[in-house]
Each structure stands twice: as structure tokens, then as C-alpha cells.
Design a binder for this molecule. Structure first.
Ligand code: SAM
Length: 467
């Protein structure tokens, strides 16, 4: 592995690290660290940690100092576990987790994650916002990566996230001085990920670093225009290159007029301080902390932060309409009443019905790839529920099949098999003897089914099933 590192990269790191370079190089001989965070919007830390089945299956170790993050074994195929399918956990590098972990969000914040795919930091932000009534716009301009982002947000069951697929300059026209917090986790030369993804080493060059730095400046010029006066900008990369880290942080202060602010305690405690001209940024190194490389700096836009108004009515644009009474009636019939749903938050776009928590008053006319929860479609006066509905609202619907973690029934369900109610040994069914329902594990929804004549017809989407 060390021999694969470009000589020029090694020289640059020797200058950056001095006497510590040897330890840094040695870290490439140890495997990348695997970790996941818990989605506390759907399950509490106490409930998760008290389940012995989960602990046996995931063999996790709690990450010191973190409220709900855990190391796990490299050999575990975490993507196949029911907890992963249910959006209870999100696999992420521990250093990358800390960028968003410490961000303080004011009540009912509007937050933008500008470079969001695959979605690790959006997942963390959305969880925090679920507690404070805020809303997240999670943006990713690359279409293929945007699909992955949407699917991760859907899996986690968030009701307060809209996903857009736009370049920053276009988004900036819609949201001038709008967000309390903007996160720019910038596309970069990725040196901090060399141990985890050795294939990325091949793309390394000094000219790519220069190209990335120019792109970062362009992204930031637009990003800062979307921050409210007094709002926060967080800048991060997963590289060590000073052109993309220290120099960009100085650019944000000197040319974009932002002030450095203190980094959250969790960052200052575990990361290495990087002194800058008028402030401090932070960096994670794999030879210092358990995790990959990451750089982060926190800023404030001059001015006083104004609170968001309490009544943010969506400014309807494009094809977005309030859901009509007829559609709402169909939804209610299918789900025998939907107690947790505020019907004022249900909108219709063509045949699709979606739910978005209040808190945002406008969306771009085009390029919104996920508007809150896509609850389903109305076709020929019939309501067809979407998987997203089961992920987000599965706990609120009447028909529920709670399956035991690690059971043969949950494995069969995740394989796409049909189950028979009379043959369920490791689970409990509650509800009517027919209709749509949700499979849950530890009370967290995994996906949907339709019950008829004792048969549980599997509605878990084909593309998500375990093969
Ligand atoms: N924040 C993500 C997470 O925690 O999972 C990782 C983001 S990754 C470091 C950077 C992302 O920026 C990539 O998905 C890339 O496609 C996207 N990107 C590339 N060019 C961009 C641009 N001009 N504006 C915004 N994002 C861009």
C-alpha cells in the first residue's frame, strides 16, 4: 500500500507532518476503520444498546466521546442487516462524522448541505433537525450520486428533507441569504481516503489539487450568498492538501468576509488544530485518531441571526399543488386513518402525493429529486402506496408485523419472499385481517406488505432486496 503512494504526495506530507510523517506512513499498514451512527430519529440509544440480538449480530464497540456512533467489524456485510435496511444505522467514517456531529442548529433551522452525496452528513443533520422542527435541503449535482443520496434519505425515513440536483449557482438564485447553516463538504482530491479506497490513489496529481481548489472557490462564492446574516458556514474536505484546506479557509475569511468561529468541543477534543492567519481549523489524521483524513473549519457570516418565522407556508410553484380532498380521502381509507400526518403538509405533483414538514416556503421548480416523503400515487382513483411511505410512516399505520432481529422471517422478508401469517413464529402481528401494512424491527419500519387471505404479499422494492 505505501509503495502505491505517489512520491510527490509523500514529499508533501513529510513537509506537512515533519517528525510525525513516519507514523502517518505506518497507518497505511493498518485497515481502514469501519463505523456506523445510529439514527436517533427512529430509535433511542438505550433501546438499541439494550437489544442483545443487535449487539451479537453487529459486534459493535461504542466510539468514545460520541453519543451514538459505533465501530464495527470490517468483515460484516452491514448493508445486508435488517437494521441497515430499516434506516436505523448509517455506515460512515468516524472522522467524517465529527464534521456535522458538533454543528449547533438553532430552533427551526433551515440548513443546506450543498455537496451532499452519498449523504452521511445530511443524515446526521436531518436527525438533529427532526428534534428542533427544522428542515434540510440536501443537494447533489451529479445525477448518479443524487440517486444514491435519495435512496439513503428514503431508507432513513426522514420527513424534513428535500433533495435537489443543482449546481450551486442555480440554487443561489432561489435561496439568497436563506439558510441558518450551510455545509460545504467540498469535492476534493481525496487524499484522506487513500487507505479506504486505494483505487483513488491513481487519480492523484498536483494539477488535480489545483483544479479542485479552483472549483472549491467557485462553490463557496455561491454558498456564502445563501447564508443568512449571522448564519454559519462549515467547510470540510477529506484531503490534506493545504491548497484545498488552509488556503481555502483563509479565502473564506479574507475574500468572502466570513469570521472564524470556535469549532465544536467534540472536534477540538479529537482533532489536530491547524493554525491559520486569523483563526484555527482542524484536521484528522489516521495516525492520531481512529478514522480517515478530514479537514474542517467553522465560520460565521457577519450580522445578527434573525429567527425564522413560525408559519412557513409553501409557495406553490411548478406543478406542486396542495393535495385535494379526494386524494386525502383515498390515503386515509388505505391506512385506516393516518394519525401522525398533518394533512396540511401533503402536496400533489401530478399523480404523486408527497409529505414535507413545514419550515420551508419554496422549492426550485425543477430538479427537486425528492420532496420530503413520496407517500404514493393516485391512479384511476386508486391510491398506490410508495415504499417511502412505509419507511417514514410505517409506525403510524394500523397493520404492523413486528419481526425479531436475526429471525428467519426477517431474512425471508428482505429476500422478497411472501410470508404466511399462520407461520410467523418470531414475530407479532397487529391490525386488520387485510390491507396494507408495515414490517417493523425493534419498532422501526423496514418496508411494506399487503395482507390478504393470511398471505403477506411482499412489497419490499426489488432493487433493495438482499440477493
Ligand atoms: N457530504 C457527503 C457525505 O457526507 O456523504 C460527501 C460529499 S463528497 C466529499 C463531495 C460531493 O460534491 C460529491 O458527491 C460530488 O459529486 C459533489 N460535487 C461535485 N461538484 C460539485 C459542485 N460544483 N457543486 C456541488 N457539489 C459538487
Amino acid at each position: 500500500m505505501i509503495s502505491e503512494l505517489p512520491e510527490e504526495f509523500k514529499k508533501r506530507m513529510m513537509i506537512q507532518l515533519g517528525a510525525d510523517y513516519h507514523d502517518f506512513e505506518e497507518s497505511f499498514e493498518t485497515p481502514a476503520v469501519r463505523a456506523f451512527s445510529l439514527n436517533t430519529a427512529v430509535i433511542s440509544v438505550e433501546q438499541f444498546e439494550s437489544c442483545t440480538e443487535v449487539c451479537k449480530e453487529l459486534k459493535y464497540d461504542k466510539i468514545p466521546g460520541m453519543r451514538h456512533a459505533y465501530y464495527y467489524d470490517d468483515d460484516l456485510h452491514i448493508g445486508r442487516c435488517a437494521y441497515h435496511h430499516a434506516g436505523m444505522i448509517y455506515s460512515q467514517d468516524p472522522a467524517a462524522m465529527l464534521v456535522a456531529e458538533g454543528i449547533e442548529l438553532p430552533e427551526r433551522s433551515r440548513v443546506l448541505d450543498l455537496c451532499a452525496a452519498p449523504g452521511g452528513k445530511s443524515v446526521q443533520l436531518a436527525q438533529k433537525l427532526a428534534d428542533n422542527g427544522g428542515i434540510l435541503i440536501s443537494n447533489e449535482p451529479d445525477k448518479a450520486r443524487n440517486n444514491i443520496l435519495c435512496s439513503n434519505i428514503e431508507r432513513m425515513g426522514f420527513k424534513n428533507v428535500a433533495v435537489t440536483c443543482m449546481y450551486p449557482e442555480d440554487l443561489a438564485k432561489i435561496y439568497p441569504a436563506y439558510f441558518d447553516v450551510v455545509l460545504v463538504d467540498a469535492p476534493c482530491s481525496g487524499e484522506g481516503m487513500f487507505r479506504k479506497y486505494p483505487e483513488s490513489i491513481e487519480q492523484w496529481s498536483v494539477s488535480n489539487i489545483e483544479h479542485c481548489a479552483l472549483r472549491q472557490k467557485e462553490i463557496l462564492r455561491n454558498a456564502v450568498s445563501m447564508v443568512k446574516p449571522g448564519g454559519t458556514l462549515v467547510y470540510s474536505t477529506c484531503t490534506y492538501a493545504s491548497e484545498e484546506d488552509e488556503e481555502i479557509a483563509d479565502f473564506i475569511r479574507e475574500e468572502l468576509g466570513f469570521e472564524f468561529i470556535d469549532a465544536p468541543e467534540i472536534v477540538t477534543k479529537y482533532a489536530t488544530a491547524v493554525p491559520l492567519k486569523n483563526g484555527t481549523a482542524y484536521r484528522f489524521y489516521p495516525h492520531v485518531s481512529k478514522g480517515e483524513g478530514q479537514f474542517m473549519a467553522y465560520f460565521k457570516k457577519p450580522g445578527d441571526l434573525e429567527k425564522n418565522g413560525l408559519t412557513d407556508h409553501m409557495r406553490l410553484s411548478g406543478n406542486i399543488r396542495k393535495a385535494d380532498k379526494e386524494s386525502l380521502k383515498l390515503v386515509e381509507e388505505v391506512f385506516s386513518g393516518v394519525p401522525d400526518i398533518d394533512t396540511d403538509c401533503i402536496f400533489r405533483n401530478g399523480e404523486l402525493l408527497f409529505y414535507l414538514n413545514s419550515g420551508i416556503d419554496r422549492l426550485p421548480e425543477k430538479a427537486v429529486t425528492k420532496t420530503g416523503v413520496c407517500i404514493g400515487s393516485v391512479e384511476k382513483k386508486r391510491f398506490i402506496p410508495h415504499h417511502d411511505f412505509f419507511s417514514a410512516f410505517g409506525c403510524s399505520i394500523k397493520n404492523r408485523l413486528e419481526l425479531l432481529p436475526g429471525s428467519s422471517e426477517i431474512s425471508a422478508y428482505l429476500h422478497g419472499e411472501e410470508l404466511r401469517l399462520s407461520q410467523i413464529l418470531n414475530g407479532v402481528y397487529s391490525g386488520d385481517d387485510k390491507g396494507f401494512g408495515a414490517v417493523t424491527v425493534l419498532g422501526v419500519p423496514v418496508g411494506g406488505f399487503k395482507l390478504a387471505g393470511g398471505r403477506i404479499k411482499n412489497h419490499y422494492p426489488k432493487g433493495l432486496r438482499n440477493l
